[in-house]
Design a protein around this ligand. Sequence first.
Ligand code: HEC
Ligand SMILES: [Cu+2]
Length: 374
Amino acid sequence: MKKLSLIALATAMCLSGGIAAASRYGLQDPQTSIARDIYSLHTLILWICVVIFVAVFGAMFYSIFKHRKSVGHKAAHFHENTTVEVIWTVIPFVILLGMAYPATKTIIEMKDTSNPDLTIKATGYQWKWGYEYIKGEGSLTGVSDGVSFYSNLSTPQEQIHDPKVQKGENYLLEVDNELVVPVGKKVRILTTAADVIHAFWVPAFGVKQDAIPGFIRDTWFKVDQPGVYRGQCAELCGKEHGFMPIVVRAVSEEEFKDWASKQKPAAVAAAPAADATQVAAVAPAADATAAAAGPVDGKKTYEGLCAACHGAGIAGAPKVGDKAAWTARLAQGDATLAKHAIEGIRAMPAKGGNPALSDAEVKAAVEHMVGLSK
Ligand code: HEC
Ligand SMILES: [Cu+2]
């Protein structure tokens, strides 16, 4: 009898172990030391639960069966038994200590973000992630500093909305720009958010950290094997919470350096573009192409768009042809008027509300309006 139940228990253990490894319903295969610790903690505690379950219910069913009334058993009458009470206090206490020790060790390790090789800031947005490889301490200092990009869901919309369209292999778990990291290096992730609380979660790394607006939290991982690992935002953050996946591509250090050097020119080129001299240098070129595409027809733009407000003088818009309304405005000079029309001012929407218009087209419309209002 005893032997039989032992065999049954052993088979159950092997079977469930095998199932857990192969099943898509178990935990993901751990890819970092922390994830492995979490996995073995999970397994250890599960088996402690199983043993307690079997022991308690075994004792209960045995007692009920063996001491049943129909075979003539009578209930014993006694109160308070110090020995029993000590035993049932001490045993659970020892079990708890046995679980708390490895759990605490893992938590302390998880929180130790010191001495990273690489630091990346992950910012949660509604609904995408922004990654910024920041200047930090560690062996990879300088390799990827300043590289930054957004990572958006890349699953085609028809897969989401059209039930007839076949869903891809990585449905809702694919992005346009993956987070690229080197294997075997300690990567520290700083999490924050720009709007609401999000959470950075990559199950195979054993990493899950809230990203909170106005706060910086951190976590870390060191990936063992090159590969693509997928995660998700793990904090309900609005209607597209399920549409902001995280994809991490772990590559060798050489590949990482290669990737970073290719990202950098793009980052450097993008940054100064925001600065005024660059814009000035680029703007005439845009004008030239617009001109090349044909003469810019200010009258047409005015009649098609601007006249809706300026024709009748709606809601504070200076009416075209109304000299009194225009004198003070004209005194600002043509360049300022054009700038206000392009960028918008108070109730005047930028480019009259049509961002598709080129600056040159808006400028021509302003000239047309000014010509009628002098
Ligand atoms: C939705 C209504 C609306 C449309 C459409 C609109 N405007 Fe205006 N615009 C205004 C209002 C209102 C003002 C007055 C803003 C103020 O000075 O408070 C204004 C002011 C201006 C001024 C004067 C800015 C200044 O510095 O005083 C110019 C120039 C101008 N609009 C050009 C245009 C052109 C060109 C278009 C079409 C491409 C256009 N607007 C379309 C509402 C509109
Ligand atoms: Cu989110």
